[in-house]
Write a protein that binds this ligand. Structure first.
Ligand code: NAP
Length: 289
């Protein structure tokens, strides 16, 4: 049982909306498990209050933040230091307060790569079909471009997919971006090893939606869906049914959270405790980061 005292240190997630966040359940379970005198809260911060909120973090000595929609870009304007990933993505999901100096990180790509590797795949030499070109897709593409051989990015807005592909040129890998269509997905899946849905397709209330036909899926495919509300999306269910390896949205949420936890605390994240906390919270309430 967590006891709050005058020495308890504060961590938090900021976003708007924030009521359905799963992050406090995940991080407080980890703090309790490791008997750390920390507490994790959630604050709704409106877009026009971001700068003041970060001043408040310094003033109150809040030790660390997770940042979620729609503030991942805005916070980068007001932090003191950004790592290479934040500079490239112009987006941060993690802030460490080091004696008043705010340092920004982005653990979304690391979280996705860790979740994939945890399912047994060796990413070297692989081709990834990435659906989506929003913030999460960009973070994942940036991390995977260092490891895989080829990435094909398909997005509803084809221009965004092409722009992201161009951004990844310096990595020297085969990267292409184009407009998403059923035909292109089917074609590209033929020689892909990994399929990642980084769009909101399939998210509640549109749970009967999947951009990928069940008949296009194969046993030897790794299928990852970022959507975790529900965690068993239509895509994940159909991939399981054909015997493909599946990686659910909760796994990525878990590993991006674990990476943030390790940046803040310098302790190894207790991932099994954190996963159980996430799954329990989802089972009882449903939620978002
Ligand atoms: P975002 O920046 O708003 O991007 C949304 C993406 O989804 C865009 O590529 C958009 O295409 C596409 N999209 C939305 N609805 C679509 C539909 N019905 N059909 C096809 N494409 C559609 O959001 P984000 O931050 O990248 O998040 C994307 C998804 O990943 C969300 O469901 C989010 O909850 C999830 N996510 C999960 C984690 C995790 O840890 N598991 C972390 C981050 C995000 P256009 O560009 O054409 O609009």
């Amino acid at each position: 049982m967590m006891v709050i005292s005058g020495k308890t240190e504060i961590f938090a997630v900021i976003g708007d909306p924030i009521e359905h966040t799963l992050s406090p359940a995940m991080h407080n379970a980890a703090f309790e498990h490791l008997r750390l005198d920390y507490v994790f809260l959630a604050f709704r911060v409106t877009p026009d209050e971001i700068e003041k909120a970060l001043q408040g973090v310094r003033a109150l000595g809040i030790r660390g933040l997770n940042v979620t929609m729609p503030h991942k870009h805005a916070v980068t304007e007001f932090i003191d230091e950004a790592d290479a990933t934040v500079k490239f993505l112009r987006s941060a999901n993690t802030i460490l307060n080091q004696r008043g100096r705010l340092r920004g990180f982005n653990t979304d790509g690391i979280g996705a790569a860790k979740a994939l590797k945890n399912s047994g795949i060796d990413l070297a030499g692989k081709k990834v079909l990435l659906l989506g070109a929003g913030g999460a897709a960009k973070a994942i593409a940036f991390t995977l471009a260092k490891e895989v051989d080829e990435i094909c990015i398909l997005n509803r807005d084809g221009m965004k997919a092409r722009e992201l592909a161009n951004l990844l040129e310096p990595f020297g890998k085969r990267v292409a971006g184009d407009e998403l269509s059923p035909k292109r997905i089917q074609q590209e899946l033929n020689d892909s090893d990994v399929l990642i849905n980084a769009t909101s397709a399939g998210m509640a209330p549109n749970t009967s939606e999947s951009l990928v036909k069940a008949s296009w899926l194969r046993t030897d495919l790794y299928v990852m869906d970022l959507v975790y509300n529900p965690n068993e999306t239509k895509l994940i269910q159909e991939a399981r049914a054909v015997g493909a390896k599946v990686i659910t949205g909760v796994e990525m949420l878990l590993y991006q959270g674990a990476a943030s936890f390790e940046i803040w605390t310098q302790c190894k994240a207790p991932v099994d405790v954190m996963r159980n906390a996430l799954l329990n919270k989802l089972a009882t309430k449903g939620g978002a980061v």
